[in-house]
Design a binder for this molecule. Structure first.
Ligand code: MG
Length: 203
């Protein structure tokens, strides 16, 4: 496994059944034993499942990827081994990171091109005033109904979310130390690295 240096372009992917369900070019902010931090620039061109609802396409194990453009400046913070990542968003008019989004997913793995995980549908939105709400519960329920997630997996995902909510409700959530972080203004917006669609050997 190679470590990524600050400023390097990498690929962050979600896989399902050994196939790419999303691939985003990212700029590496930090890659250490304690934290993987990635930056996604607005205007970044990425791939995602084209079907809506996505869960049905995933359950069929056959889907088409489409091109899309990422619109929000986004910081992605993942503690290795944790089954979620924390996305930070800036307000439209500038200033510090104030909106946080918990994406529940399998623990991140290093891949030859960056980082792979598996998105498990359920999310939590934490607003600037600290209030929070579950997001995409309907998709999460559908995923269970369609057999993408077992009952025990779903319970573990919900429990992980509840642990993060406890952190969010304490006034010193670990991600708040990133509140004033800003991307290097000289970073270029990366394109997907060649080989982004190759999965063999990364499982
Ligand atoms: Mg999600």
């Amino acid at each position: 496994m190679r470590r990524w240096e600050r400023g390097e372009a990498a690929v962050s992917r979600f896989l399902w059944f050994g196939q790419v369900a999303a691939a985003k070019p990212v700029t590496v902010v930090e890659d250490t034993d304690d934290l993987v931090a990635l930056y996604i620039a607005p205007g970044t061109r990425f791939k995602r499942v084209g079907a809506d609802p996505k869960v049905h396409a995933l359950a069929s194990r056959r889907w088409r990827l489409v091109d899309d453009v990422w619109t929000a400046r986004t910081l992605v913070l993942t503690r290795p081994g944790a089954a979620h990542c924390i996305l930070g968003f800036w307000p439209k008019d500038g200033g510090d990171l104030v909106t946080w989004y918990v994406n529940l997913e399998d623990p991140l793995r290093h891949s030859p091109l960056g980082f792979d995980g598996r998105d498990v549908f359920l999310d939590i939105l934490i607003k600037p005033n600290g209030s929070w709400r579950w997001k995409d519960e309907d998709e999460f329920a559908q995923a269970q109904h369609l057999g993408l997630l077992s009952r025990s997996e779903a319970a573990a995902i919900r429990a992980e979310g509840e642990r993060v909510i406890e952190d969010a409700e304490s006034s010193n959530a670990w991600w708040l130390q990133w509140r004033a972080w800003t991307p290097d203004p000289f970073w270029q917006t990366p394109e997907l690295l060649r080989g982004w669609d190759a999965v063999a050997g990364t499982q």
